[in-house]
Design a protein around this ligand. Structure first.
Ligand SMILES: O=C(CO)[C@@H](O)[C@H](O)COP(=O)(O)O
Ligand SMILES: [Co+2]
Length: 217
């Protein structure tokens, strides 16, 4: 199976968001990655439910929603109604992660768990079979355009081993500092999906950049 590409609209042109959504629709990208930040879990505020509802009217591909908010269980139903297909919460933001994942799945969404760079893979040992997708953060969450943290490659390898041994079909997605070089190393380490923001939207030909990422093997 080819690598899944999920362009992050955090680096899109918000004055021309419709055009950037059309570009992703026409491109070889698989999902739309939507970063929701609350200014508490991370030191930045992005966009929220009304913007995602509007994106959902135009996007022709699944919405991969990355919640960087405290107590995300408060908003699961609202993100479902806004159009989320995959809803990812941070392990560090959840007191009752198992209950939160069951709630996400009860709405028919795929349930994702994101790990900050300092959070070890072994925290997932007892819950991996309940997770549809693990999002490895390869930068500290909060901003686009940061440099890739190299130790993330080893985390992907450890996670791949855990998934294999558990017999689950959990996908591994990696987010932060992804370009064709880091993307190549991530695919070799076992990543199934790559998020890319600034590398796509700051490039002279975003559709071509998405195509180049999609061809990584
Ligand atoms: O979740 C986040 C940032 O917290 C990301 O999804 C960024 O939007 C990725 O941006 P690049 O590192 O690819 O520029
Ligand atoms: Co993200």
């Amino acid at each position: 199976m080819s690598v899944i590409i999920s362009p992050s609209l955090l680096s899109a042109d918000f004055l021309n968001l419709g055009q950037d959504i059309d570009m992703v629709n026409k491109s070889k990208a698989d999902w739309f990655h939507l970063d929701v930040m609350d200014g508490v879990f991370v030191p930045n505020i992005s966009y929220g439910l009304p913007v995602i509802s509007q994106i959902n009217k135009k996007a022709t591909k699944p919405l991969d929603v990355h919640l960087m908010i405290v107590q995300p269980e408060r908003y699961i139903e609202q993100f479902f109604k806004a159009g989320a297909d995959i809803l990812t919460v941070h392990l560090e933001a959840c007191t009752h992660l198992h209950r939160t994942l069951q709630c996400i799945k009860s709405f028919g969404m795929k349930a994702g768990v994101a790990l900050n760079p300092h959070t070890a893979i072994h925290n997932l040992d007892d819950i991996i079979t309940d997770i549809d997708l693990v999002l490895i953060m390869s930068v500290n969450p909060g901003f686009g355009g940061q440099s890739f943290i190299e130790t993330s490659l080893n985390k992907v390898k450890k996670l791949k081993k855990l998934i294999r041994e558990s017999g689950s079909e959990t996908l591994i997605e990696v987010d932060g500092g992804v370009n064709t070089e880091t993307g190549q190393a991530l695919v070799e380490a076992g990543a199934d999906a790559l998020v890319a923001g600034s590398f796509v939207f700051n490039s002279p030909d975003p559709q071509e950049t998405i195509r180049a990422l999609k061809e990584l093997k």
